[in-house]
Design a protein around this ligand. Structure first.
Ligand code: PMV
Length: 312
């Protein structure tokens, strides 16, 4: 038996952080990078080993601590499948999604695991099941995640997300191109989310106004994407970035990469995800993706990914 599960990376287009406080946000999958899980049969009575060679991890399911995120997803998925005894499987997880950079690597790894375990018993989970199981593991990575990461990597399509409501998958009526640049600065989302919470507690009215303004931008971005008015998106990215600066999650390094992207012809640019490090995204006209990508590499980006948000 050889069963495979995959899941994409993701970026948040508009609405990070405000989404934690109930405002809407938009996220899209990035299939240029992905997590892959392969399940194979092990010798009888060998139990279940989980290997994550990228991070030099080898865990035996039976002995893994309760809070180990990989083991947790495996346990939850086996229980969802009604499998009580530990199967003799070797589970290998790999990913080329940058870690701690706002591309949803933890959620994607978990989603690929759920899909592979279902495939191992010839079953296919719904996106809703994948998302729910992944959320449980995200709580360990992030503390109190809004749920946007598990949703977008599970549905594999652009999603309109409001905490506590069923996600809405929607379409772009005209495709557009994003250049994603990794600042190379690892920034755990848990820390930036905690920082915003402290500042919100100190000045709730002010921060609620920021969050409302960000939510409004998400509304405008969805209508621009659905109506094919992509030229409006660049300005919305820039206004979102200004608000992300106000709530204290940008950084000199991210601001510099954003300026270089705009100088090189991007229509708009912003940080994406938790901020303080991680990625920026730039909206570009198709012909300028290379020039913007080159400018970002010259400015010290660690990696550049060009992705299309499709009209399919
Ligand atoms: O995983 P990241 O870095 O893309 O962050 C998720 C976005 C936040 O809004 C900052 C946190 C959350 O739980 O939604």
């Amino acid at each position: 038996m050889k069963a495979v599960g995959e899941a994409p990376g993701k970026v948040i287009l508009v609405g990070e952080h405000a989404v934690v406080y109930g405002r809407p946000a938009i996220a899209v999958p990035v299939w240029q990078v992905r997590a892959t899980t392969v399940v194979t049969d092990a010798e009888p009575c060998r139990g279940c080993m989980i290997a994550a060679p990228d991070i030099s991890e080898l865990i035996e399911l039976a002995n893994a601590p309760a809070n180990d995120p990989l083991a947790l997803v495996v346990r939850l998925t086996l229980s969802e499948l009604g499998i009580d005894s530990i199967p003799d499987w070797t589970i290998t997880v790999t990913s080329d999604i940058p870690i701690a950079s706002g591309m949803g690597s933890g959620a994607a790894v978990s989603a690929s695991l759920v899909r592979a375990l279902y495939a191992a018993v010839n079953a296919i989970p719904t996106a809703e099941i994948v998302s729910r199981l992944v959320y449980a593991s995200e709580e360990i990575h992030h503390g109190a995640p809004s749920g946007i990461d598990n949703t977008v990597v599970s549905y594999g399509a652009p999603v309109w997300f409001v905490r506590g409501q069923p996600p809405e998958v929607f379409r772009a009526s005209r495709s557009f191109t994003l250049v994603i640049a990794d600042s190379g600065i690892a920034s755990p989302t848990r820390d930036t989310v905690a920082g915003v919470r402290r500042r919100w507690e100190a000045a709730p009215d002010l921060y609620d106004r920021y969050f409302d303004a960000i939510g409004q931008l998400a509304q405008e971005a969805r209508s621009a994407i659905e109506s094919g008015e992509n030229h409006r998106l660049g300005g919305l990215f820039n206004r979102n970035q200004a608000l992300l600066q106000e709530i204290g999650v940008s950084s000199a390094r991210l601001d510099e990469l954003i300026d270089r992207a705009l100088d090189a012809g991007a229509d708009g640019a912003k940080l994406s995800g938790g901020g303080a490090g991680g990625n920026i995204i730039a909206l570009v006209k198709e012909g300028t993706a290379e020039a913007v990508g080159d400018a970002l590499m010259r400015a010290g980006a660690k990696q550049v990914i060009v992705t299309g948000v499709g009209a399919h």
